[in-house]
Design a protein around this ligand. Structure first.
Ligand code: KG4
Ligand code: ZN
Length: 340
């Protein structure tokens, strides 16, 4: 039987967010501080690992301090420290791990090593609000969609994760980021494509739905990115025709970018939804979950929500603020793994 009111400090540095959080009983978020480096990396069009690790090193003491302050607790009152161990960018991970282990050693706390992808799944049941805590009944199928991973995972009981399928090339978030770069929309690409797609026509271009009908649970998104690149090239050539009429040219370009973004998003979301529902049917679960940065996508929430309603599945996903990388999910996963 685990102790009540257990407080864990989570530390997250797998990619470009430096985050620290205090979570009570693996569910109630007392603080969740995130220092994002996205702006810094956006000028390079993607993450530079060495820059990320240097920034983590600078930000960690400040972020941890703020997380403890906001949770109104002293480091001595912590029961343990949880840290993302893998997967992630090795230079970034090692900075967070070294910091967390030093802190645990100096303060005589248990150090819990957490898998970053399992932490993303734990984000589903955390909340700032005690009244808003979710419980997912086992077994459930989880669609894990982040910048580095796209997986279908069967969670049959606590600590029991079975990967049924993965991407064979680009991850869903990576496809969003690369497409945004092709369209000069900056980094990270997911949120901006999500936003501008709302004013675009998702039927304007019918992009391929890769592996949508395949009998396995794998994904592949690099062909979709190539199809977008081809479309961009075609558009550039035909746009040159309108250059003489600057106003008309600008209008066409603006509409075209939101149409292409919406068409790309529709292809990726439909693939994710169809494959998730097919997998749930095949393995015979009643509960479906999704997690990771791309689970913040409004079209994915809408379409997977609709499909689950139609087919009678219960759907669970994290509050928006816990979809992208954060330390609260790391502390929550730590609660499941704590030994002492
Ligand atoms: O989980 P995450 O923070 O980092 C990894 O573990 O990789 O996911 C980041 C990814 C990025 O690729 C970003 O573009 C994507 O999540 N993302 C989104 C949205 N918000 C973030 N993708 C689509 N729609 C969004 N609203
Ligand atoms: Zn992540």
């Amino acid at each position: 039987m685990k102790k009540k009111n257990l407080k864990i400090l989570g530390i997250e540095t797998t990619c470009d967010e430096t985050s620290a959080s205090v979570v009570e009983d693996g569910r109630i978020v007392l603080s969740n501080i995130i220092a994002s480096q996205a702006k810094l990396h956006s000028k390079y069009g993607g993450i530079v690992p060495e820059v990320a690790s240097r920034k983590h090193f600078e930000a960690l003491p400040i972020v941890v301090d703020e997380a403890l302050k906001e949770a109104s607790i002293n480091i001595n009152d912590l029961d343990a420290i949880a840290v993302s161990k893998e997967p992630g960018l090795p230079p970034a991970l090692s900075v967070g791990y070294a910091y967390a282990s030093g802190l645990a050693l100096a303060n005589d706390k248990e150090l819990i090593e957490v898998n970053h992808l399992e932490a993303h799944i734990s984000a589903i049941w955390i909340s700032k609000n005690k009244e808003n805590l979710k419980e997912i009944p086992y077994p459930y199928l989880c669609l894990l969609v982040s910048g580095g991973h796209t997986q279908l995972i069967l969670v049959s009981k606590e600590n029991n994760y079975k990967i049924l399928g993965s991407t064979r090339d680009d991850a869903a978030g990576e496809a969003f980021d690369k497409t945004a770069r092709l369209l000069n929309l900056g980094y990270p690409g997911g949120p901006v494509i999500d936003k501008i797609s709302k004013s675009g026509d998702e039927h304007m271009i019918i992009f391929p739905r890769p592996m949508i009908d395949s009998t396995d649970f794998d994904f592949s998104f690099s062909g979709l990115k190539t199809a977008v690149r081809r479309e961009v090239q075609k558009q550039k050539e035909s746009n040159n025709k309108y250059k003489a009429h600057r106003e008309l040219h600008n209008e066409i370009s603006k509409n075209w970018i939101s149409d292409i973004a919406a068409s790309f998003q529709e292809a990726i979301i439909e693939t994710l939804v169809v494959k998730t529902i097919n997998a749930a049917e095949e393995i015979g679960v009643e509960n479906i979950a999704m997690a990771g940065g791309v689970s913040a996508n409004s079209r994915l929430r809408e379409q997977l929500g609709r499909a689950c309603d139609n087919m009678g599945y219960h759907l669970f996903y994290p509050d928006l603020e816990y979809c992208v990388d954060n330390a609260a999910m790391v502390a929550a996963r730590g609660r499941e793994l704590i030994k002492n």
